[in-house]
Design a protein around this ligand. Sequence first.
Ligand code: ITT
Length: 199
Amino acid sequence: MSDLYFLSSNIDKYEEIRVALKRHDILVRFRKRRLQELQSDSLNYIALEKCKIAFKVISKPVIVEDDGLFIHVLKGFPGPYSSYIFKTIGNTGILKLLSGSNDRSALFTSVLVYTDGEITKRFVGKVIGTISLKANGKGWGYDPIFVPPGQNKTFGLLGEKKTLVSHRAHALTSFAMWYNRYKSRKQLLKLVRRQKPRI
Ligand code: ITT
């Protein structure tokens, strides 16, 4: 059984993380928690602080994630305030703010942080896509209005393919490659220590 946990208030995020990490033979367990998020204009800072709190809660190897949608013509808004803006004006509000705008480019960023109390590592995934003209498809959060690069469909219309091309997918690939190496190294060290003759 895996001892890696993901703490978040968002089960949809967990489902994507579970599917993506399974491709790398990593099992991750979910604890639904709304962790305190410090106000900052840096996703990195918010994610690192959130991870410290998560480790205090669970005392097990843990990952947390913080995302932001940065819309170019709105000078990066909503960025680190994406969660609040989604809850208040939502996708309809974002589409209204962009009505009549030719520049619909937007950056979706995922900052994933791992800690086991010994080591803390940060992984970043980014995709530059566009905001669609109208909401399209299912999904959660900004899925119905974000079109990733190289696709002509919103995240909401991509289904499971989203877990291969999203900002989160990029952060998770870097994490998975590092984590598998880290775990093997730890196991090897344990073995070497056990075999050392005691004098
Ligand atoms: P946490 O408890 O893990 O923080 P959250 O839903 O509050 O979950 P974030 O603060 O990281 O997540 O996300 C900021 C906003 O961006 C939030 O409204 C999410 O719904 C939205 N979002 C993040 N990733 C998304 C994705 O892949 N597709 C659509 N919307 C996304």
